[in-house]
Design a protein around this ligand. Structure first.
Ligand code: RAM
Length: 363
């Protein structure tokens, strides 16, 4: 009996050990295969029929939601990123603030994206977040509204800011016959692009030919439609002799166009600035806004998308003199501007009664 019991116990122990080993073996092999799978994914490699091993995730943060210019810019960006076989992630904060953008940058760092492109709501406030991103190997670029040179590898510039600023003052001068009060209706008070253009407007105004023209106020509609409407109404109320409004923002100029139209001020208060042909056609046709300027927002986003592709591939690093092919826009060069580098899209384009018809369906 005793012998039988010992044999039984030995057998039982041996079997349980064997079962344990088996379990461990299958568990560990399961882990191994899981790990292999996530290793493949952590490089964002999604083999597509063997064509491309690495699919990079390239993010765009725009200024805010509900801005058709930003939407068109994002369309161009997505096209370029996808043309190179990468994945585009587009983020838009509810409010055009630096705080909201910082939160989005932190989220994208946690997601380990490969690149972040941003149209900045503040030139300096994003620096710690963007530097953290770059320290983690994420390529960072700005477009449309720049961050300072320490916060980015390169900036995608729509057109020469000096020219954009000066031509808007020249336009207002012509419209009002060189005499009278003018006001600026801008986006947010921190926006890099608008503030740079306004700086050049003020430079242009120093020319003695503008001695009879007075810039009475810079108002901020924050690229929000309702606020831009109420700021326009405020300007008209505070300055009953106002002769022109310059709105260097597509949201602002469209809001001002509506207010001037509704109040029957066509020919009394002139409007110019930077506008989307699709939103401004009716005011250009009616004469409320005799002419205005812009560049192609789809191409601006597209150029930034290709610059991001080139950065993640290591084709460029953001140093002056580097060249790359920006898809259908052809070869582009990185140039030195001040203490940072830029890639330029082109010249601002003038829209008036003669060409608005053909452009209003494009963007
Ligand atoms: C608005 C935005 C954008 C600017 C255009 C002209 O849509 O402020 O940043 O480039 O206007």
């Amino acid at each position: 009996m005793k012998k039988a019991l010992v044999i039984f116990l030995v057998l039982a122990i041996a079997m349980s050990l064997l079962a344990g080993c088996g379990q461990n073996a299958s568990q560990s092999s399961g882990q191994d295969s899981k790990q292999q799978g996530s290793d493949q994914n952590s490089g964002q490699s999604e083999p597509q029929g063997g064509a491309k091993a690495e699919k990079m995730r390239i993010a765009l943060i725009v200024k805010s939601t509900g801005n058709p210019f930003m939407e068109k810019m994002a369309d161009g960006f997505k096209t370029a990123v996808e043309e190179d076989g990468n994945e585009a992630i587009v983020k838009a904060p509810d409010q055009p603030t630096a705080e909201a953008q910082i939160q989005m940058i932190e989220e994208l760092i946690a997601q380990k994206v490969n690149a972040i492109a941003i149209s900045a709501n503040d030139p300096d406030a994003l620096q710690p977040a963007l530097q953290k991103a770059m320290n983690e190997g994420i390529k960072v670029l700005s477009l449309d509204s720049a961050v300072n040179a320490k916060s980015r590898m390169v900036h995608i510039q729509q057109a020469d800011p000096e020219r954009i600023g000066r031509i808007q003052i020249q336009a207002a001068y012509e419209m009002i016959g060189g005499e009278g009060q003018i006001a600026v209706l801008s986006a947010t008070s921190q926006a890099t692009n608008q503030n740079t253009w306004i700086k050049w407007m003020k430079e242009e105004l120093k020319d003695p030919k503008y001695a009879k023209m007075e810039l009475v106020k810079v108002a901020y509609g924050d690229d929000l439609r309702d606020k831009s409407v109420s700021e326009t109404e405020g300007l008209l109320k505070s300055y009953p002799n106002l002769k022109a409004i310059i709105a260097p923002t597509t949201v602002g100029i469209a809001a001002a166009g509506k207010v001037l139209t509704d109040k029957g001020l066509k020919g009394k208060v002139f409007l110019t600035g930077l506008g989307l042909p699709s939103e401004m056609a009716e005011y250009i046709e009616s004469g409320v806004c005799p002419w205005m300027y812009l560049w192609n927002p789809i191409d601006l986003g597209y150029l930034a998308g290709w610059a991001a592709n080139a950065l993640v591939k290591g084709e460029i690093t953001g140093k002056a003199g580097e060249k790359f092919t920006a898809g259908k826009l052809g070869e582009r060069e990185v140039i030195q501007v001040g203490d940072g580098t830029e890639i330029m899209l082109g010249d601002p384009f003038k829209f008036d009664k003669n060409n608005i018809e053909e452009w209003k369906n494009v963007y």
